[in-house]
Design a protein around this ligand. Structure first.
Ligand SMILES: NC(=O)c1ccc[n+]([C@@H]2O[C@H](COP(=O)([O-])OP(=O)(O)OC[C@H]3O[C@@H](n4cnc5c(N)ncnc54)[C@H](OP(=O)(O)O)[C@@H]3O)[C@@H](O)[C@H]2O)c1
Length: 301
């Protein structure tokens, strides 16, 4: 039985990963060269560390624009160093965003407008996430309501349901995480723009047998909720609807970050490989992006 506390690692070698990314990119055809187009405006959540800080580095390195959000930009030293070192051609700004706070989410569009940098977003990347404090040890036997609610609020979907039925017009005010961030940013996303969810293979319904490892209940259940949110967003605002947005869900690999290495584990994928793969996936988003699920190498699930 796999002893890593979560699902079995999918890939081992970074070199093999890069080769597969190149093959997938070649098979899918050329992306628009960044140098020939105006900078793409990315909005990324959870940029203070881990995969998030790597999004900031690579988006700016390829000349695109970045709205880097995190809970507390003032104390995000590494992010601030990345932004300070930036020299264009795109812009680089940071804004506060706590994706578990409805007030913080509601304030975001106005905060973006106040910067005077952009009136729209081309790619919304839902990256921020949490796991249980004991991650990856969080079995059904001991999982707590607090851990489950924390994961659900940040990673996906809902705070506790209201005690009384609400009128239809205000259903949704208790939704937080990527659902409410997308809702708040909808007016910034014109037709043809992209929404990218950083999900996880651990959310797979098929990978819940004993051989794949149980446990991590809070995290895995919340990310399954995220996948459903992604599907429903694609149904309401996806390609072919009036909003006409491309939507993709992605497993970033088992990545060497605070979350990935929790419990003294040794993830096989480094953040630069994960993010460069995911940027290739984003560049190739198109007619297939109706809430499709792929990994960071572009391989469909
Ligand atoms: N690492 C992996 O192996 C792996 C595998 C599959 C999926 N993922 C997913 O990849 C994403 C990034 O994970 P990671 O490995 O980089 O984790 P990480 O190192 O623990 O970083 C998590 C990031 O999310 C931010 N965050 C947490 N709660 C937030 C909130 N309420 N509002 C705004 N930001 C918040 C954190 O900000 P603070 O600094 O303020 O805490 C931090 O920047 C997550 O969605 C995770 O579920 C990771």
């Amino acid at each position: 039985m796999w002893q890593g506390g979560g699902v079995r690692p999918l890939r081992a070698s970074a070199t093999a990963s890069r080769a597969r990314i190149a093959r997938v990119a070649e098979a899918l055809g050329p992306a628009t060269p960044a140098a020939m187009a105006s900078p793409t405006v990315f909005l990324v959540t959870g940029c203070s560390r881990g995969i998030g800080i790597e999004w900031a580095k690579q988006i700016l390195a390829r000349g695109d624009s970045l709205i880097a959000t995190c809970r507390n930009p003032d104390s995000a030293a590494e992010l601030n160093a990345v932004l300070a070192a930036h020299s264009g051609p795109g812009f680089a700004i940071s804004l506060p965003l706590d994706v578990a706070s409805e007030a913080s989410i509601r304030a975001l569009p106005e905060a973006i407008a106040a910067t005077g940098k952009t009136s729209g977003v081309d790619v919304l990347v839902h990256n921020a996430g949490v796991s249980a404090p004991t991650h990856p040890v969080d079995p059904a036997e001991t999982v707590s309501k607090a851990a489950m609610m924390d994961c659900f609020e940040t990673n996906a979907v809902f705070s506790p349901p209201p005690l009384q039925p609400r009128p239809a017009l205000i259903v949704g005010v208790e939704q937080v995480g990527p659902m409410l961030v997308t809702q708040a940013c909808l007016k910034l996303l014109s037709p043809g723009k992209k929404i990218f969810f950083v999900s996880t293979a651990m959310a797979s319904m098929e990978r819940t047998d004993q051989a794949s490892g149980g446990g991590s209940v809070s995290y895995r259940a919340s990310k399954s909720g995220l996948n459903m949110v992604g599907r429903l967003i694609a149904a309401e605002w996806g390609l072919g609807t009036e909003a006409d947005l491309a939507v993709t869900l992605c497993h970033p690999g088992w990545v060497d970050t605070d979350m990935g290495a929790a419990g003294n584990r040794s993830p096989p994928v480094q953040p630069p490989d994960s993010v460069s793969g995911m940027l290739t996936v984003i560049d190739q988003m198109g007619p297939q992006s109706t809430a499709n699920f792929v990994d960071w190498e572009g391989v469909s699930y």
